[in-house]
Design a protein around this ligand. Sequence first.
Ligand code: AMP
Length: 218
Amino acid sequence: MVNIILLGPPGAGKGTQARKLVEERNMVQLSTGDMLREAQSSGTEMGKRVAEVMSRGELVTDEIVIGLIEEKLVGDSAGGFIFDGFPRTLPQADALGRLLARMGQRLDAVVEMRVDDAALVARITGRFTCGNCGEVYHDQTKPTAVEGTCDVCGSHDLRRRADDNADSLKQRLMEYYKKTSPLIGYYYALGDLFSVDGLGEIDAVAGEVAAILDQDRG
Ligand code: AMP
């Protein structure tokens, strides 16, 4: 069992790689972004409170996301946890360390996905997903075979995120560089950091991630 963090700016491919790991390795994906969007669509108080913050591309409070992760870190984690979009600040990283220690577990690797900003804009502004199965598509690089229909599950519920536009993305990148990128140094110092080239094809990136997960940790 391996617990990993996928770290990288919006559009780096964290969600796409996480989905592959869930399928191929029976790991459990914990995406705070997905949890927050779920809270929004189910109309909970917390969901309503964070909707505006998210659409502006800002980070929601540490307290809220740490609470969401804490709720999910119970029971059997099968092949291990993939933290996708969490932690995004130093206090969140500290909290994750404490939560894992409490469960008698540890973090095995932090995979930094490197992608330059120009590629991120192109990826994010063309992105859409299936509301039913979560498959991720792109207008240019990965369109559905039949327009308006998900290739995987046949659903017609294809969605674009409210924050996947150029303005919100600018703010999301700013938040990433200011608050999240310090985690690269934090995990480097702990000896947990590994970097992959996130610009490659999905399967090439997956190969690099697999090599990190499979390395002998003694
Ligand atoms: P994501 O789906 O990971 O791109 O997250 C979408 C949005 O949810 C972000 O732009 C933030 O507003 C919020 N969010 C997700 N995860 C976190 C986190 N760990 N800390 C703070 N805000 C978060």
